[in-house]
Design a protein around this ligand. Sequence first.
Ligand code: AR6
Length: 167
Amino acid sequence: MDITLVQGDITQQRADAIVNAANSSLMGGGGVDGAIHRRGGPEILEECRKLRASQYGKGLPTGQAVATTAGRLPARWVIHTVGPVYSRSEDRSELLASCHRESLRVADSLGARSVAFPAISTGIYGWPMDDAARIALEAVRAADTAVEDVRFVLFDGAAYAAFEARL
Ligand code: AR6
C-alpha cells in the first residue's frame, strides 16, 4: 500500500472513493461533510436517506462506515464514517482507528483501490491534529486491505505538517 499526503480539498480528488467525516444522522453537516454534499449534489443525500430508512434507523454508529454514490464528484463513491468527538477524560482512539479500518473494509467490498481520507474528527469534533495523524496512519498501515493507494487530503498547512511528521 502507498500512503501519500496532499494538501487541498477532498471534493476535488480523483480517487475510487473519498471518505466523508459525517455524523450519525447521515443527513449532512458542516466542514468536509457540508463540502461533499454541496459539490456532490442531492443524489448523495438521497442515498443517505434510503440508508437511514433501510438499515440505520437509529443512525450510523460511531466508528462504522457506509458507502453511497459520489454524485457529481470526481470519485466513484463516498464512504461516510462517523468519527468520535474528542474527549479529554475518555480514550476514544479505538473508535477513530475503527473509522479508518471500516472505511477500508467498505472500500474492499466495492472493489475500490484508491481511497482519499480527510483528517477525521479534527474539525468540529475537536481531535488534536498530531494525535489524530498518529492514530489514522497506524490504523491504515495495520489494515488488512486490498486498497493500494491511500491518500490523506489535508485542508491546511498545519494539518499537512502534522501528518508529514508522523509519516
Ligand atoms: N477537504 C479536506 N478537508 C477538509 C475540507 C475539505 N473540503 N473541509 C474541512 N476539512 P470536520 P469532524 C478538514 O469538522 O471534526 C460535520 O458537521 C477540516 O479542516 O469536517 O469529523 C459533520 O456532519 C478538519 O481538519 O469533521 C459532523 O457533525 C477535517 O476536515 C462533524 O462535522 C475534519 O473536520 C464531524 O466533525
